[in-house]
Design a protein. Structure first.
Length: 318
């Protein structure tokens, strides 16, 4: 069965391996070239808080905008492609062609046929996701030295650690389950696209509840020092200690263009701080990176097992 699985699905596996190889070459080439650019143009003291270091980061952003754009879509596109082209055809194509009747009446039982295919292809998807995570983890420090944001940026968070592996596994089993329900490949692919998108945005909204947020009160600034923190919410705190979301403080009028003018916004905030107001920020610190990684991995793994079980149950009834 393992040899049969390879023969039937080698096209998807080889194409995915080829795409990963091309992506790896792109990341390697951009990292090497960017490393040379940084070595030639980095001012003394960088990485650091000097404004010139920020100018260097902005220059890198403009220089590698195309690579950043590709990277920005990868957390959503990569698992979607795995689910659509690995998972959806596994049962959907068998039902469309009627070949399931032949495959499941041979000496190999339906349970074993599905168990081997799901385990082999699922393990391959996990390995591919881990390889992608490794490549991205080696590539990013060239661009983000001293200002890493693997936790605060949800897109980056889904591309490092164990996230790519569990997302690829989830998308694969979602495609298999969709194929067992629709009995057609194209509708199953459409369900994968919708399912992965909805799941990703749902988990993004739920992720703030993985742990109790840390609360800190700021005075003199409304900007949290740690750029990698994941913000949950914020509110102004009156001198009495009561939190408020809307302020109307006499003597501290808000200009009509506040929010559009940083100068007016800073002046208004300075006025509030001068009257004893403080700014409360709720956030998750970067130290919770692995806690959030494993929490989300557990959710997606359980969902994958449920989807795989659904597909097996549907197939055994046919």
């Amino acid at each position: 069965m393992i040899w049969v699985t390879w023969r039937q699905h080698r096209a998807q596996i080889l194409v995915t391996a080829g795409l990963l190889a091309l992506l790896g070459l792109l990341l390697l080439g951009s990292a090497v070239e960017a490393g040379r650019y940084v070595a030639e143009h980095a001012p003394p003291g960088c990485p650091g808080t000097d404004a010139r270091c920020g100018d260097l980061a902005a220059a890198l952003g403009r220089r590698y905008d195309a690579v950043y754009s590709l990277f920005g879509w990868m957390p959503l596109v990569a698992p979607t492609l795995v689910g659509a082209f690995w998972g959806a055809p596994l049962l959907g194509r068998e039902y469309e062609r009627g070949t399931h009747r032949l495959a499941w009446t041979q000496s190999v039982s339906v349970r074993r046929w599905l168990a081997v295919k799901l385990s082999v292809l699922g393990a391959t998807a996990v390995a591919g996701g881990l390889l992608l995570s490794l490549m991205v983890s080696l590539w990013r420090p060239v661009f983000r030295t001293g200002a890493d944001s693997t936790f605060g940026n949800i897109g980056v968070f889904n591309m490092v650690g164990v996230q790519p592996a569990v997302w690829w596994l989830y998308a694969f089993t979602l495609g298999v389950a969709a194929g067992s329900l629709t009995r057609r490949t194209l509708p199953a692919m459409a369900l994968v696209v919708a399912g992965v998108t909805v799941t990703m945005f749902t988990l993004f909204r739920l992720s703030v509840h993985y742990a109790e947020p840390v609360r800190i009160e700021l005075s003199g600034t409304v900007v949290l020092e740690d750029p990698d923190a994941r913000l949950v919410g914020a509110a102004w705190v009156e001198p009495s200690g009561r939190e408020v979301t809307e302020l109307s403080v006499g003597g501290c009028p808000r200009g009509v263009d506040v929010g559009q003018s940083d100068r007016h916004a800073r002046a208004w905030q300075a006025c509030l701080f001068g009257k004893g107001y403080r700014y409360a920020v709720y956030y998750h610190p970067p130290s919770r990176f692995w806690r959030f990684q494993w929490t989300e991995a557990g959710i997606l793994t359980l969902a994958s097992l449920a989807l795989g079980g659904l597909a097996v149950s549907r197939a055994r009834r046919d």
